[in-house]
Design a binder for this molecule. Structure first.
Ligand code: ATP
Ligand code: MG
Length: 599
């Protein structure tokens, strides 16, 4: 016996059971948060059970009065019956309304909570997931959990209470009848066991399939232009049909199984109710019970079987809730970004605003989770008041280096920090040994403005986009930045100027126009460090020169790092670093000249 218990404990601690336990504990954290709502749901359900029971007892009385020809009490009982039914309708609807509102509120709160947690998850592990998959986890899995949290425990209590009270009432009137109503239990348990294991597998398969489909839809609609241009419409229609075929066959298998199980369960239900009928008729004929008691038995025996089936069906529901919890935990258990030094970053900025803030990397090495080594022992300085260039072949690691500076990625080796400039003394701000420094972290991101490679405009108006980095910016400030980024020349001509709508990912602007808008937004942030990732690649030479000059003409010394190949930008750079074979080194003036000449 002892050995057996030990074996069970071991199994619970390891493998699937351990996972199930961890998932249950995770769900419990939300159960604790919403205990008041759960109590309300339980109360509502119990009230419904009592109403149902009283209604059964009233109909028993009604039948007895009719068959016993007691006309005097008949009217009164009938009035009670009608009043009770009317009251029942109103209360049920009111509680329905409240339950729906609560369920919506809890669903939204949980989604907001998990949304925030997902956004603060570190970028690199998150990038391993398809956005369609992330979207499905956030929307469907959270909904499964929120409705599970609100309904599962109340349902367990309600169905158990319903089963016990119905059984007690039947038992009170007739023991044999009560026992007869239970003959379906063993069959139902055996049935549900088969259904349960299949259901578990189906849940996982179905979630993975949903994620795949949602990824496919999202990718198709966001790349609609490329699909049309490459004449890929037939291919994509065919792909959708293939995905649908897989989905259909998965669902078909499961539907077959659940139909078979339902048939068996219903068959058991029919056997039980016909047996109850037969016994009821026999009892009425022998005069052991009244017609009213028989009506009561029949309604309660039906309710006993259905409650029992509902209780059994709660096991697969629990499985789907824990499966969804597991899928969310995959994401939420990944390391999170640490913003604890936000305050220090603010203080550092205020203190060194005038002198400028430089950025440096020392001995930094980085490889992606795929094993792809991108940087080895990199030393890099970008000084305040200067434009620092970063060149290298495509795929060499320029964007990766900017991601490291933004602390979107964490290096496996080396240190990265901000340092206080000393531009006041010789006009040449160098990193001094005694300079004040601050290690880079997600909290130092607030000191950067960033223009990413590719289009990064959000939908909304131009002003909305600009104000996303500075909510209190005036129209004049916005227009000034648009002028500096040479964007006012086309924005000023639009009917609604800065209140013109931007389409999805800026699709109503040319690439060069979207780049200028993106630069204007970065300038509006007025951060001490500005990162430009091929941000001027789509501009003509004159505009590029003008934009870069405007960027550097500022009252405060700004550190500006620009990844580029173009001579215009390189000519304006004080220092240029080149990445080659994972190594990064500072170029000599003659090497810079050679790149400019060879362009
Ligand atoms: N999320 C990622 N996961 C794994 N490897 C990546 C990831 N992003 C980039 N890489 C790899 O890292 C290397 C450097 O990429 P990066 O984007 O930094 O190059 P780049 O110098 O900016 O190139 P380009 O000039 O084309 O923009 C590439 O070989 C790329 O395949
Ligand atoms: Mg790049």
């Amino acid at each position: 016996m002892k050995k057996k218990i030990k074996w069970i404990c071991e199994r619970l601690k390891s493998g699937r059971f351990k996972q199930l336990w961890i998932q249950t504990v995770w769900i419990y954290s939300y159960v604790r948060m919403y205990w008041k709502e759960i109590v309300f749901y339980t109360g509502t359900g119990l009230l419904g059970t009592i109403i149902g029971l009283v209604s059964s007892l009233l109909s028993k009385d009604l039948v007895d009065l009719i068959t016993g020809h007691q006309a005097s009490r008949l009217v009164m009982t009938f009035v009670w019956y009608i009043a009770f039914s009317a009251g029942n309708i109103c209360v049920t609807q009111l509680l329905n309304y409240l339950s729906n509102m609560i369920s919506l509120k809890v669903d939204q709160e949980m989604k907001a909570d998990i949304f925030q947690k997902m956004l603060t998850t570190r970028l690199e592990p998150l990038m391993a997931y398809h956005t369609g998959d992330l979207l499905t986890r956030w929307s469907s899995d959270v909904s499964v959990i929120s409705s599970g949290v609100l309904n599962w425990i109340p349902n367990l209590i309600i169905y158990t209470a319903k089963f016990i009270t119905s059984f007690a009432v039947v038992f009170y009137y007739d023991v044999t009848f009560a026992l007869l109503a239970l003959i379906g239990i063993p069959v139902s348990i055996v049935m549900s066991k088969t259904l349960l294991s299949k259901m578990q597998a189906n849940n996982k398969q179905s979630a993975a399939m949903n994620a795949k489909m949602s990824g496919f839809h999202q990718e198709t609609f966001s790349n609609i232009q490329a699909i049309k241009a490459f004449d890929l419409i037939p291919l994509y229609v065919c792909r959708l049909q293939e995905l649908q075929k897989d989905y259909f066959s998965m669902k078909k298998k499961f539907q077959k199984l659940s139909a078979m199980t339902s048939i068996m369960m219903s068959f058991v239900g029919i056997v039980v109710s016909y047996s109850c009928y037969a016994l009821g008729i026999y009892r009425v004929f022998t005069g052991a019970i009244t017609y009213g008691t028989m009506t009561l038995f029949l309604s309660l025996s039906g309710s006993l079987t259905s409650t029992l089936n509902a209780l059994i069906a709660m096991v697969p529901t629990a499985v789907s809730i824990t499966t969804s919890a597991g899928r969310l935990m995959d994401i939420l258990d990944m390391p999170h970004e640490d913003f604890s030094e936000r305050k220090q970053a603010e203080v550092f900025y205020k203190k060194n605003k005038r002198a400028g803030i430089g950025v440096c990397m020392e001995n930094v090495s980085y490889a992606y989770h795929t094993g792809k080594k991108v940087l080895t022992d990199v030393d890099f300085w970008a000084e305040p008041g200067q434009l620092t260039g970063l060149v290298g072949a495509s795929g060499g690691g320029k964007t990766t280096m900017l991601r490291l500076l933004l602390s979107l990625l964490e290096p496996q080796q080396g240190t990265m920090k901000l340092y206080a400039g000393d531009a006041g003394q010789d006009g040449n701000s160098q990193f001094q040994k005694d300079s004040q420094t601050l290690p880079l972290s997600p909290a130092t991101r607030q000191l950067y403005a960033y223009v990413p490679q590719g289009n990064a405009m959000f939908s909304g108006t131009i002003a909305d986009n600009m104000r996303s980095v500075k909510p209190d910016a005036t129209d004049k400030e916005i227009i000034d930045c648009l002028k500096k980024a040479c964007a006012w020349e086309f924005i000023g001509q639009l009917p609604d100027t800065i209140y013109e709508k931007i389409g999805e990912r800026g699709n109503n602007f040319s690439e060069g126009q979207a780049q200028r808008l993106s630069i204007a937004r970065a300038l509006l942030k007025n951060a001490p460090v500005l990162l430009l990732d091929e941000a001027t690649s789509a501009l003509d030479i004159e505009t590029e020169k003008q934009v870069l000059k405007n960027i550097m003409e500022d009252s405060l010394p700004r550190t500006c790092i620009v990844t580029t190949h173009r001579p215009t930008a390189l000519k304006l750079c004080k220092n240029v670093y080149a990445i080659q074979d994972t190594r990064c080194r500072q170029l000599l003036p003659e090497e810079i000249q050679k790149i400019i000449r060879d362009f």
